[in-house]
Design a protein around this ligand. Structure first.
Ligand SMILES: [Mg+2]
Length: 174
């Protein structure tokens, strides 16, 4: 049991620790990310930009993306595990950025393919998301700047997702 605990702790510290933690995407200092050399950003969709029950982004979100674009980032790309291309494309269109559905995070192949397509380098790329086991893990596996934000809505989600949120809460505090 102690062995298992120490293994979990090791994996947690090596792969599941975000580089930055914020309460929401609106709290991220994109200017200082740019100053730190970040030029490309992956952004998760569900519970990072909109809750699972929403189909449309808020004006606040559109304003945020407009102001992020002003910093001059090379690419801002939505990277979602959602299987609905329609949902992700709709959000991407509203924010006027490219969107990728069914990204299979934490597997690295889709993120890597997009990084190749857009000629993004790991040291200049950040990934923002609300899940340690997908967004943060894939970011850390690829040596990106991983940025965790609190899920928008932890209540109106599936039972499994609730369990996952409780587990990541445990991981964050251990
Ligand atoms: Mg999410």
């Amino acid at each position: 049991m102690d062995f298992l605990k120490s293994r979990i702790k090791h994996i947690n510290q090596q792969y599941l620790r975000p580089v930055h933690v914020y309460e929401s995407i609106y709290d991220i200092d994109f200017g200082s990310l740019y100053d730190d050399g970040v030029r490309s950003i992956f952004v998760d969709v569900d519970n990072t930009l909109i809750s699972y029950s929403d189909d449309d982004v808020s004006f606040q979100c559109i304003n945020l993306f407009n102001s992020i674009k002003l910093y001059g980032f090379d690419s801002i790309i939505l990277m979602s595990n959602h299987s609905s291309t329609e949902r992700v494309n709709r959000v991407a269109k509203q924010l006027d950025v490219p969107g990728v559905a069914f990204a299979c995070k934490p597997f690295t192949f889709t993120v890597q393919r997009v990084m190749n397509d857009y000629q993004m380098s790991d040291t200049q790329t950040a990934i923002i998301g609300d899940q340690l086991l997908t967004d943060i893990l894939v970011g850390n596996l690829l040596n990106l700047t991983s940025i965790f934000v609190d899920p928008i809505d932890k209540e109106n989600v599936s039972f499994l997702k609730k369990l996952q949120y409780r587990f990541q809460q445990f991981l964050m505090t251990n």
